[in-house]
Write a protein that binds this ligand. Structure first.
Ligand SMILES: Nc1ncnc2c1ncn2[C@@H]1O[C@H](COP(=O)(O)OP(=O)(O)O)[C@@H](O)[C@H]1O
Ligand SMILES: [Mg+2]
Length: 145
């Protein structure tokens, strides 16, 4: 449930989901955290790719499933931390690799796939993005901020 401002729309293609990520990134300032919720294949990484592009990052973007975090330098300064917590068991394991420091960096933006793994560690005021399968090529995207 979203108690703040919620935007809901239907994406009909991968590129529309990328575009949504792009637009969100352009509207955020440093220090923000974005949580991406949704099943496997919902489009979290596709959204992340557009998001990185919106920050001016041109490197290839894929899910850091095995490395857990991928860092990108933003052209204007500061970093993007892209986290994929799918393989993380919980808060303790996340703290062991310093997840809290990624959220505390005021010059950075953190983008988190599978935030459900560390619910107790998430910073207040994060933007929540939910992606849901409607069909093979359609996703409902809800952004709560
Ligand atoms: N409207 C859509 N938005 C995003 N992805 C879509 C859409 N329609 C089909 N897809 C496909 O769904 C998959 C999403 O994969 P991915 O972003 O890696 O998911 P996740 O990171 O949530 O596990 C991709 O293969 C993509 O091509
Ligand atoms: Mg992914």
């Amino acid at each position: 449930m979203c108690t703040d401002k919620e935007t809901v729309f239907v994406s009909r293609s991968e590129s529309e989901t990328e575009e949504a990520g792009f637009r969100l990134a352009r509207s955020l300032s440093s220090g923000s955290t974005v949580l991406l919720r949704g099943d496997l294949g919902a489009g979290k990484t596709v959204f992340s790719r557009g998001f990185a592009r919106g920050l001016g990052i041109t490197e290839p973007v894929s899910s850091p499933t095995y490395t857990i975090v991928q860092e990108y330098e933003r052209p204007g300064g500061g970093r993007l931390y892209h986290l994929d917590l799918y393989r993380i068991s919980g808060v303790e394991a996340a703290l062991a690799f310093g997840a809290d420091e990624f959220f505390a960096d005021p010059a950075a933006i953190a983008l988190v796939e599978w935030p459900e793994r560390i619910e107790g560690l998430l910073p207040p005021g994060a933007v929540n993005v939910r992606l849901e399968h409607l069909s093979e090529s359609e996703r409902r995207i809800s952004i709560c901020r």
